[in-house]
Design a protein around this ligand. Structure first.
Ligand code: ZN
Length: 108
């Protein structure tokens, strides 16, 4: 018996093993792959039957607010990062200036 045929029948029966013909039942007894496939199909159909709860009141507004806050804090983080790089550059320039002045003055 072809595994492809059994798996197609399982998909058509939406995972209901009891609706398979007798040869399908027999195949599931001897083929681990198809038995596992039948379990997967059945599980997927059970998941689809679970009720989908509506969002809580204010969910959309809260989600948008949190997304906006996350974006703003990210922008602040980028500004701080640029400010830090500028401070390091200024410190480096001041250091090299002091070293240059010191070496100039020490010559006199
Ligand atoms: Zn099989």
């Amino acid at each position: 018996m072809s595994c492809k045929l059994i798996q197609r029948l399982l998909r058509q029966s939406r995972g209901k093993v009891e609706s398979l013909p007798a040869f399908g039942w027999h195949h599931l007894q001897v083929c681990e792959d198809c038995a596992a496939y039948a379990e997967d199909i059945e599980f997927a159909h059970l998941l689809r039957k679970l009720p989908v709860l509506p969002p809580s009141p204010g969910f959309t507004d809260n989600a948008l607010k949190e997304a906006w806050q996350a974006k703003e804090s990210e922008a602040v983080g980028n500004r701080r990062s640029r400010r830090y790089k500028l401070l390091v550059l200024i410190a480096w320039m001041m250091f090299t200036t002091v070293v240059a002045l010191y070496s100039l003055l020490s010559d006199f």
